[in-house]
Design a protein around this ligand. Structure first.
Ligand code: PHE
Length: 346
């Protein structure tokens, strides 16, 4: 039995040293050291020996078992390290390889302009009206009648309107001014809001006109509001939007829902007022329509014009963007050509 134990020590040591993986080392451990292993079967037979032999063989069996356990432990650490190194080597990432190219989205230039203008008016105390007060599919009643367009009056021809088949008198709105009506029906003064959105006009498309474009409507109603307040706000807006103090000009104009009405021009950004193609030689560029809210409009929404007054304005987002970046064709905004869009980085 002693010989057998010594043989086990020799064989097992050899097998441990030859083990090439954590797995095969574990097989060796099972073969010699587990409950059904070779050492244990010797220990089981100790009972057949004399007391003297029991002691000698038993202690030798324990020594062999301890030795083998130590050997296995060391070998196991060694193999684990080798296997880990191999795994790390295989999974190594080459950070010098070129990465996947992913196109990055950008904010559309019109959205950028809207965001910029909203921020300017936020700073001037205006909030953006809730979108349910500003639907794109609108009734003639809100888009025209409530805004003091007389029925069948040629003023309706100022804006060529798209009619729908949803119901008679349901249209695609031709202006954002209807939002004024919905806002005032839902909110008593003081009112101080803006509303950006899409509008539609049945016109032939050209470099200057598209049948879908964007406006930003503004409305302020309170006690003691005068034309001077309107001028102050709009001049400040233009100063902030065009970056420097650019001369502005208020021209008398006509809208059914404002009285008095004005169109606001800024000095031409191309020629500085000398006159060029962009401004048709006038030195001025029209940027928005505005005026004091007509007493009839206030009455239509149940606001007493003897107590309250207000002003409204509407501006074209495409036009303001074209003027700021010297863009000469409105259709560029809608073609989604990346060569154009990529020039507008945030
Ligand atoms: N809605 C007008 C237009 O589309 C602009 C405007 C808005 C004028 C508000 C006066 C007041 O031309």
């Amino acid at each position: 039995m002693k010989d057998k134990l010594e043989q086990i020590l020799v064989d097992a040591t050899k097998e441990i040293n030859n083990a090439e993986s954590v797995q095969s080392l574990d097989d060796v451990r099972l073969k010699y050291l587990s409950r059904k292993g070779e050492l244990n079967s010797i220990k089981k037979n100790l009972k057949d020996l004399s007391d003297e032999d029991k002691r000698i063989v038993g202690s030798l069996a324990n020594t062999v078992s301890n030795q083998l356990e130590d050997l296995i432990k060391n070998k196991s650490e060694e193999l684990y390290k080798i296997e880990l190194d191999k795994k790390l080597e295989n999974e190594k990432i080459d950070i010098t390889l070129p990465s996947d190219f992913r196109m990055q989205g950008r904010v559309h230039p019109l959205t950028q302009t809207i965001n910029e203008i909203v921020e300017i008016f936020n700073g001037l105390g205006f909030s953006v009206m809730a979108s349910e007060n500003s639907p794109e599919v609108e009734t003639e009643y809100i888009n025209f009648d409530m805004l003091n367009f007389p029925p069948n009056h040629p003023a309706k021809d100022m804006q060529d309107t798209f009619y729908t088949k949803v119901a008679p008198n349901v249209i695609l709105r031709s202006q954002t001014s209807g939002a004024q009506i919905r806002q005032m029906l839902n909110q008593k003064p003081p009112v101080r809001v803006i509303s950006p959105g899409r509008v539609y006009r049945c016109e032939s498309v050209s470099a200057r006109k598209n049948n879908l474009f964007h406006q930003i409507e503004g409305l302020l109603v309170d006690k003691d509001i005068t034309f001077a307040d309107l001028k102050g706000i709009l001049n400040e807006f233009i100063r902030l939007y065009f970056g420097s103090s650019r001369p502005t000009r208020f021209r008398a104009s006509y809208f059914p829902f404002t009285e008095p009405s004005a169109e606001v021009d800024v000095q031409c950004i191309m020629c500085g007022g000398k006159g060029c193609r962009t401004c048709s030689g006038t030195g001025w560029l029209e940027v928005l329509g505005a005026g004091m809210v007509h007493a009839n409009v206030l009455r239509n929404v149940g606001i007493d014009p003897e107590i309250y007054s207000g002003f409204a304005f509407g501006m074209g987002v495409e036009r303001l963007t074209m003027l700021k970046y010297a863009i000469n064709d409105i259709r560029l905004f809608f073609n989604n050509d990346n060569r154009f869009l990529n020039q507008f980085r945030l």
